[in-house]
Design a protein around this ligand. Structure first.
Ligand code: COA
Length: 380
């Protein structure tokens, strides 16, 4: 069997959750395009779709929303655990530790019980944003803000960060960003979630392991690099010189290129529209002019290699305009991706076989054990 580093292009699961067409630039969740979901659905409706396979009826959605809204509080013991984290710690590490801590309170592992599965989904979807917001305040020496049951999912998250009720447009745009990041087939964190799920451990451990995987710079986090790069370029007339220097040094341009997409990432297209909506309402960002010029120039140079803007290129600009601190960009990715991770957890349980790939041994041949004295004499 051929060895494929990183399992590139090797199918390791059968999945009915999402579909990507990298040539056509299409991403579908359970058969629906992300464009339709962003325009006509909400994030919680999308979570329901991803986990249970169909868009909900009104009553089902009402019940699911009600359950999520009323489970957003976290136990004071979890807040106390978080208060012991160093304020200099990365919010992704804080999230991984607190997601694992949830398992101490709710772990029962009744994995063949649909009610247990539903409760775990509700708790994780409800509490992960609260934990992200809580750490944001705790690290500033403040007390976490209690979630408000009357606010929508995205509005409540923005409220918990600032204690100000956000404008409906800001909440709607964050909700759309969450839909766009909710699922993307077998990326590294989802694969990690499935491997963990395959041992039949609890869903809190599944999410904690996926958060740890998402935290690496090769996975989440490229949108932070994009903002740094755009700020460093500073103005549209410096784009060309920057690009030429990067390409001459064979350096990659953050926010461009994708293993699967050979055209502009469909999520980048929608995020660009959302950024434009935000700027039209709340005032422009000079960095956006730099971004547009850079995209134009990168296309001139790299379209031949199938390198176009990816999801990370415009998301940082949107989050910054929403007033979100840069190191919360990846935790927001995690808030959204919990939906995909849990959908894969549930799918894995429905036809489970523990992951146990093989390896190609490259170590020494079998050899006899010798007493230390003999080994030392032998080495003189
Ligand atoms: N900037 C410049 N050139 C790039 C590029 C980028 N961002 N992404 C790919 N290329 C070039 C490669 O160097 C390669 O050129 P070559 O054939 O002359 O060697 C060619 O395009 C094909 O690249 P490919 O092998 O298909 O890319 P990949 O699958 O190895 O890498 C990424 C995919 C995402 C890792 C890569 O595009 C990248 O590092 N992008 C920047 C980081 C980023 O935005 N990450 C977030 C992804 S959502």
């Amino acid at each position: 069997m051929e060895f494929r580093p990183g399992l590139e292009d090797v199918p390791v699961v059968q999945s009915a959750i999402s579909q990507i067409d990298g040539q056509a630039g299409l991403l579908l969740y359970r058969g629906y395009t992300i464009d339709d979901l962003v325009h006509y659905s909400t994030f919680l409706e999308t979570v329901y779709l991803l986990i249970w396979g169909e868009l909900p009826q009104s009553q089902n959605l009402k019940e699911f929303e009600h359950d999520v809204y009323t489970h957003r509080r976290i136990k004071f013991r979890i807040r106390d655990v978080m208060k012991c984290f160093p304020e200099s710690g990365h919010p992704m590490d804080a999230l991984q530790a607190s997601a694992a801590a949830l398992g101490l309170f709710y772990s029962r592992r009744v994995l063949d019980n649909p009610l247990y599965i539903r409760q775990a989904v509700v708790r994780l979807v409800a509490k992960i944003p609260t934990m992200v917001a809580a750490f944001q305040l705790i690290r500033k020496g403040l007390d976490p803000i209690r979630p408000r049951d009357d606010l929508s999912y995205a509005a409540n998250f923005l409220y918990m960060l600032s204690e100000k009720e956000p404008e409906p447009l800001a909440a709607r745009i964050l909700d759309a960003c969450l839909i766009l990041h909710a699922e993307h087939s077998l990326n590294a964190s989802t694969f990690s979630a499935r491997v963990t799920a395959s041992t039949l451990t609890d869903p809190y451990a599944v999410v904690a392991s996926a958060v740890g995987t998402l935290a690496g710079p090769l996975h989440g986090g490229a949108n932070e690099d994009v903002l740094d790069m755009l700020d460093e370029i500073g103005s549209p007339d410096r784009v060309e010189a920057f690009l030429e220097k990067q390409l001459a040094q064979k350096k990659r341009i953050a926010g461009f290129g994708h293993r699967v997409y050979r055209v502009k990432d469909p999520r980048a297209k929608i995020l660009q529209e959302l950024a434009e909506k935000l700027f039209a309402c709340y005032g422009g960002d000079r960095t956006y002019d730099v971004a547009r010029r850079l995209e134009e120039k990168v296309e001139e140079h790299l379209a031949g290699k199938g390198v176009y803007a990816n999801v990370d290129f415009y998301s940082g600009l949107v989050y910054r305009k929403l007033g979100i601190p840069t190191d919360l960009f990846t935790p927001i990715f995690a808030i959204a991706r919990v939906a995909g991770w849990l959908a894969h957890w549930k799918e894995q349980l429905s036809a489970n076989r523990i992951f146990r790939p093989s390896q190609i041994y490259t170590g020494v041949a079998p050899r006899p054990w010798r007493p230390r004295q003999e080994r030392e004499m032998g080495s003189e």
